[in-house]
Every structure is written in structure tokens, then in C-alpha cells.
Design a protein. Structure first.
Length: 630
């Protein structure tokens, strides 16, 4: 095993130094919470009786002894999310499993779980990012009964896992195990799905053809099979040591999935009895860096440029986009999974999956191998894969060589020498861009701006042929303070069509692009956002904009002083549309206090005043030399 890469070590040390005060405060609070005896010891008899009043007699008898662990289950079950539908059965699997080891498990509470696939392009998408912090708060409400010795988190999709992660860290004095549900079986090829979407955007096929294609893609219980935010979540929970090894991409409703769910409950009980595996100890600076590197190595979702900042902050760890950019510059791209390739996550798993990626990254010094996980000390258990032998769950070594080099490659022969997530900056602010699916010839675009305030207006211009030219589509007033920072995936097919026509096309926004953002260069999460007077508020139609992902540049060309212009004011109609209807009126306070995108777009964890994340960054600073040997 090679020593830790010097850039990974440097970034980790910088994060550790930056986070010294916040991390120390977090650990102090977790130590204090952990010293206050288990819930069964500190709750009064009346409190304890209330906690088990609805439990079966057997569980009441176990609880009355006051010596056995009680596991709190927090579930994101609903049967609208295909990925979460299997969770309907999981609580009973967990209860039965922990009874076998003389413990108890209770559903402590549920958290909301909305489907971005349903709300894409709809008003409800403006609540999507805020739902992450609501989930964190709901997790805290569930666990604040203080009657638990360990936790099991049931969640998969986009905002749900980050929210559960943040909420569980507030109870980091407990061991916490995350139990996923797994992906649905493969449907129609992803390339075929993308083709039909592009043809529908051009009016070449009707809605019936589009619907048939979409149903062929999303067709059963389980996670959507492309490598978007949901599946990126599962990979990261594994590399962070919060899953049992290699459980992310096992199909639901199989004997192996049920066995892994049962084993997750038993592992939580074992950790409670051993007094180890606190979530506060599992998630530290090293684990956060490992999550970033693994995300980069697999071409994961751009949404985590926001989520990871908030997730890390929940553990007292302060990170920013410069850290991610520098890590990306030395992280080899090991996977090609749609939208960065044609394969889906099932093919990725078959080729070697997360176990192979973990072994390669650890063996080549790209991640910290000396971490604490729910399996104990060190990352090596995550080189293994589970299987059922005569009905028993056993573990075997994962493959040492990729079974499909078109999907998964070793660190010695990667698809690319960097991770493909880059920081771009200039007089338009700071933004991130994912280039792992963007062809090299499309990564530099210099073209006139076409400025919009809504997706609908941009799509109308596309349908009218007004964007049939070299163009940088600027969509502003989409930041967290403006309207909750919705994903703008509805624009992806239109932008792809323009690019396929041979035009030089780029997208710049203070909103989010889908976790499945693909082949069109998109500078997203521009910070500060336009509503706060950020540079995008000063851009005008026709301004020449240069997006150079290779050099890390996002700037106007030929504009002497962009901010000397008056800032555009969002139209009253658009402002009102984002304030009312579809529940948005209930989140007005969130829009007023949410932190910036680079601070995690959070109402729970913004960067503290005076922290490095609040610094003013000169446009030409922190550019990474990508000639560093990976």
C-alpha cells in the first residue's frame, strides 16, 4: 500500500487546522452527551414506560431489565419514491434481527422524502434542497427521545441521506449504521433514454413515446440506476464507513438484501455493547476527505459540492470548493457510469463496484486507510463483498481486477488523471463544473450571454429558435435565498440539442443542475447568488462570457467593471411565484437565513463569522496547477 498522496495529506491538514475550534467544540459536546448514561438509565420509570407502551410483551420484558441496547430506527419510507418503497418492510426485519441478540429496536420517527424525479421543473422543486435541513431536524426530533443506545438510518435518495447524516451527527455520541435499499434492476439503456428525451425536446416524438421510454427506465422498487445524487450518496456512506461493506448496490426484495438489513441492526447492537463506533469518531476530517475523493473518482453528483459542506459542518469539519478542486486535481477517474458513460450502477457493481474502488484508492494512497468505521479500525473491511452461502451471510474478498475496463479501471490506468469536478472563478463569482462527461473540445466556451430568470423563459426561447447560435445561457435568481435553489434538469435536453447542432454552448447559473448533469459544460452554484447582489445580477444580454473549465475561469470578456453597473432586480412576478403556493410560503424564513451555496446552502450549518469560508476570494486566486502528478 502506497503512502498517502502528498496533496491529499496537505488538504487534510489544512481542513484539520481550519476546523480545530469547531471540531473540538463538537467533540466536547458529544463527549458530554455520551457521559450522561444510556437512555434506559437516565429516563424515569414513567418515561421508560411511555417509550415501550405500544411494544410487544417480549420487547417490554427485555426493556424492563434495563441492561440491553435499544436501537432507534429513523426511516424515510414512503411508496412514492421507488428507492424508499422497500423500507416498508425494513423495521420488522430489524426488530426480528435484534431480538435474536436479546435487544430491542423501535421506529423512533420518520422523515419526509420527496422525489426530485417527480418535482423536476415543477414548483415543488423549490422545496427540494430545503427538505434536506428539514430531514436533519426531523432526525433530531426522532432521536431526542433519548431512549436509544444506537441508531439505524433508512434512506437512499438525494436530500434524504445528507439530512439523515446531519441529524444523526447531532447524536454522534451514539453508534449509527446506515442501511440502504439498493437499486432497481436495469431498464432500457441510458443512451436510449437520453435520445428519446432529446427528440421530445425538438418535437420529433410525442408525449406517449416519451412516457413509454421513461416507464422503461423507472420501472420497479429500488434506486434509479443512473449515477446521480442518490447512488452517489450510497457510495459515500460506504466509503465513510457507515454502511456494512458493499451493501450499496444489492437489489431490494432479495434474500441478500434482507440479510444485510438484519446484519445492520445486529451491528448497531454490537457497537452499543462494545461502547465503540461512535458516529462522532467515524466522521472526522479523514472520513470527509475520503468521501470527497471517492465522489471524484467515480464521477459522482455535483449536488455534493453543496451537501458535503453542510454534512461535514455537522461534525465540526469546515471544507470549501478549493479543497474539492485541489483533491480533484490528483484523483484518478476510475468509473464511467451514466451520465459519464453508458453503463448503469448495476453494471458498475458487477464490474467490481465500491469494493474495487475502495481497494484501488486506498492501495494507491488517494484515501486515508487508517480511519474508524462501524466495522472497526481501518478501511480494509470495505475491500470485501457479501454473499449468502446456505442461507448464511458471509464475506469474501472483492475482485482485484476490474471485470469490465469500459466501466471500471485501476488507478494505474484511469479514464482520466483528475476527478472532473472543478472550481471556476472570475468576475462572475465562484462556481463548480463537472467535466467528467464533457468532451475536452467542449470545455472552453466563449460566447454572448442570453440571460433569463426562469427555466420556462429559457425553454420558450429554445423552442422559438432564439438560442440556435453560439451562446452562454445565464439563468439567475435561482440561488438558495431566491427560491430554494432548485435543480434545473429540465434544461439539459435543450442544451444538449444545441450542442449537437454544432453550436458552442455553456450554461451558467446560481441554481443547481441535476446530479445527472452531463455533456454540456455547466458552471453551477455560482456564489454569491444574484439575489444577494452577486455578479450574475450585473450581466446583460450579449455580454461576452468565457467559461474555461481547463483553466478554472468564469469571467466576462471586455467588461471593464461588471459590478459598476446597476444590479438587475428580480421581476415582481417571479419573486411572488417563489414565495407562495405548493407549500413555499411555509419556507419564507429559510430563504431569508440560508447560507450561501459554498457554505452548504443550509439553515442548520452556515459557516461561522470569520471562518475561512466567508473570506472574499480574489478572482485569480486558488487556481490549481493540474500538471501535478496524479
Amino acid at each position: 500500500m502506497k503512502p498517502l498522496h502528498p496533496v491529499v495529506a496537505e488538504v487534510t491538514d489544512r481542513i484539520r487546522s481550519r476546523s480545530a475550534a469547531t471540531r473540538a467544540d463538537y467533540l466536547r459536546r458529544m463527549d458530554a452527551a455520551g457521559s450522561d448514561r444510556p437512555g434506559r438509565a437516565k429516563l424515569s420509570c414513567a418515561n421508560w414506560a411511555h417509550a415501550f407502551a405500544g411494544a410487544p410483551i417480549r420487547d417490554k420484558l427485555t426493556a424492563m431489565g434495563g441492561r440491553e441496547p435499544n436501537v432507534g430506527v429513523v426511516t424515510a419510507y414512503n411508496d412514492m419514491l421507488s428507492a424508499h418503497q422497500p423500507f416498508e418492510r425494513f423495521p420488522q426485519i430489524l426488530r426480528d434481527a435484534v431480538r435474536e441478540v436479546n435487544a430491542t429496536a423501535q421506529v423512533a420517527g420518520g422523515v419526509p422524502a420527496m422525489c426530485d424525479g417527480v418535482t423536476q421543473g415543477r414548483p415543488g422543486m423549490e422545496l427540494s434542497l430545503f427538505s434536506r435541513d428539514v430531514i436533519a431536524m426531523s432526525t433530531a426530533v426522532a432521536l431526542t427521545h433519548d431512549a436509544f443506545d444506537a441508531g439505524v438510518m433508512l434512506g437512499v435518495c438525494d436530500k434524504i441521506v445528507p439530512g439523515l447524516f446531519m441529524g444523526a451527527l447531532a447524536f454522534g455520541h451514539l453508534p449509527v449504521v446506515f442501511a440502504p435499499a439498493g437499486p432497481m434492476p436495469s431498464g432500457i439503456p441510458n443512451a436510449e433514454k437520453a435520445r428519446v428525451r432529446a427528440e421530445y425536446a425538438q418535437g420529433k416524438v410525442d408525449r406517449a413515446v416519451l412516457l413509454e421510454s421513461e416507464i422503461g427506465s423507472y420501472h420497479s422498487p429500488g434506486t434509479c440506476t443512473f449515477y446521480g445524487t442518490a447512488n452517489s450518496n450510497q457510495m459515500m456512506m460506504e466509503i465513510a464507513g457507515l454502511h456494512l461493506p458493499s451493501t450499496a448496490f444489492v437489489h431490494p426484495e432479495t434474500g441478500l438484501r434482507d440479510a444485510l438489513t438484519a446484519a445492520a441492526g445486529k451491528r448497531a447492537v454490537a457497537l452499543a455493547r462494545e461502547g465503540g463506533g461512535r458516529m462522532a469518531d467515524v466522521i472526522d476530517e479523514r472520513a470527509v476527505v475520503n468521501m470527497i475523493v471517492a465522489l471524484l473518482a467515480t464521477g459522482g453528483s455535483t449536488n455534493h459540492a453543496i451537501h458535503l459542506v453542510a454534512m461535514a459542518r455537522a461534525a465540526g469539519v469546515l471544507i470549501d470548493w478549493t479543497d474539492m478542486d485541489q483533491l480533484s486535481s490528483v484523483t484518478p477517474l476510475l468509473a464511467r457510469v451514466y451520465p459519464n458513460g453508458s453503463a448503469d450502477v448495476n453494471a458498475f457493481q458487477a464490474a467490481g463496484g465500491v469494493a474495487f474502488v475502495t481497494r484501488e484508492l486506498a492501495g494507491n494512497g488517494h484515501i486515508h486507510a487508517d480511519v474508524t468505521t462501524i466495522m472497526g479500525q481501518g478501511i480494509h473491511p470495505y475491500f470485501q463483498e457479501p454473499m449468502l452461502v446456505d442461507g448464511d451471510l458471509v464475506w469474501k474478498d472483492g475482485v482485484r481486477e476490474s471485470l469490465d475496463l469500459d466501466i471500471l479501471r485501476p488507478a494505474s490506468d484511469p479514464f482520466a488523471r483528475d476527478g472532473g469536478l472543478r472550481l471556476v472563478q472570475g468576475d462572475l463569482g465562484r462556481a463548480v463544473i463537472k467535466v467528467s462527461a464533457v468532451k475536452p473540445e467542449n470545455r472552453i466556451v466563449e460566447a454572448p450571454a442570453a440571460v433569463f430568470e426562469t427555466q420556462e423563459a429559457a425553454l420558450e426561447a429554445f423552442k422559438a429558435g432564439k438560442l440556435d447560435r453560439d451562446v452562454v445561457v445565464v439563468l439567475r435568481f435561482q440561488g438558495p435565498g431566491a427560491n430554494g435553489m432548485p435543480e434545473l434538469h429540465s434544461l439539459s435536453p435543450a442544451l444538449s440539442v444545441l450542442q449537437d447542432k454544432g453550436f458552442r454552448v455553456a450554461f451558467v447559473t446560481d441554481g443547481r443542475m441535476s446530479g445527472a448533469s452531463g455533456k454540456t459544460p455547466a458552471a453551477i452554484h455560482v456564489s454569491p447568488e444574484a439575489l444577494a447582489g452577486g455578479p450574475l445580477a450585473h450581466v446583460r444580454d450579449g455580454d461576452l462570457i468565457r467559461l474555461d473549465a481547463d483553466a478554472g475561469v468564469l469571467t466576462t470578456v471586455g467588461v471593464a467593471d461588471l459590478t459598476a453597473r446597476p444590479a438587475a432586480v428580480r421581476s415582481d412576478g417571479n419573486a411572488a411565484d417563489s414565495a407562495w403556493g405548493y407549500g413555499r410560503e411555509l419556507f419564507g424564513a429559510f430563504r431569508h437565513v440560508v447560507s450561501t451555496a459554498e457554505e452548504g446552502a443550509s439553515v442548520c450549518f452556515g459557516a461561522p463569522a470569520g471562518s475561512p469560508q466567508r473570506r472574499d476570494v480574489p478572482p485569480d486566486s486558488n487556481l490549481v496547477d493540474r500538471t501535478v502528478d496524479a
